[in-house]
Design a binder for this molecule. Structure first.
Ligand SMILES: [Zn+2]
Ligand SMILES: [Zn+2]
Length: 151
């Protein structure tokens, strides 16, 4: 979804609500992740005293294969994000991390949601924090107890 920002930039007090889903077709393009359902996005963009800020939450379910024991499962996520939208960065914006520069007066919301969400996920996906994984010798799932191979 593209959000038009012209009015948001130009009119103090302007507010736009966001309530939509990022469709599965779009999510299928994401490499390395398998989404079980669309991403639900809810939030607002507000021009407060000339500063345009975006706040939203993203809810989704990932189908995950544990990096250690290879068990497959679904996990729900809900993240909150906050950004300030600017047409260009000035020297006052020292820490540019939360700033989103929109060179056109449109915001590619899908792109932003995906970037935010993927950055928030851990690099290793485990079924549980202390997953014991598989025995390197016999392949037994060590979460089920010790294996008998002596490895
Ligand atoms: Zn596991
Ligand atoms: Zn073993």
């Amino acid at each position: 979804m593209f959000i038009r920002l012209k009015q948001l930039y130009n009119i103090v007090g302007e507010k736009v609500s966001i309530d939509y889903t990022v469709g599965v077709e779009r999510l299928n393009e994401v490499k390395g992740f398998s989404f079980s359902n669309p991403i639900t996005v809810r939030g607002t963009i507000v021009n407060r005293a000339g500063i345009v800020s975006l706040k939203y939450s993203a809810e989704f379910t990932l189908h995950i294969c544990c990096d250690r024991c290879l068990i497959e499962f679904d996990r729900d996520y809900c993240f909150d994000f906050e950004h300030i939208l600017v047409r260009s960065l000035s020297n006052d914006n020292d820490d540019s991390e939360e700033y989103i520069v929109t060179e056109t007066d449109e915001l590619d919301m899908d792109e932003l949601v995906l970037t935010d969400c993927l950055l928030s996920l851990p690099s290793k996906m485990l079924c549980k924090e202390d997953c014991k994984g598989l025995c390197p010798k016999c392949g037994a799932d060590l979460n089920q107890g010790e294996c008998n191979c002596g490895g």
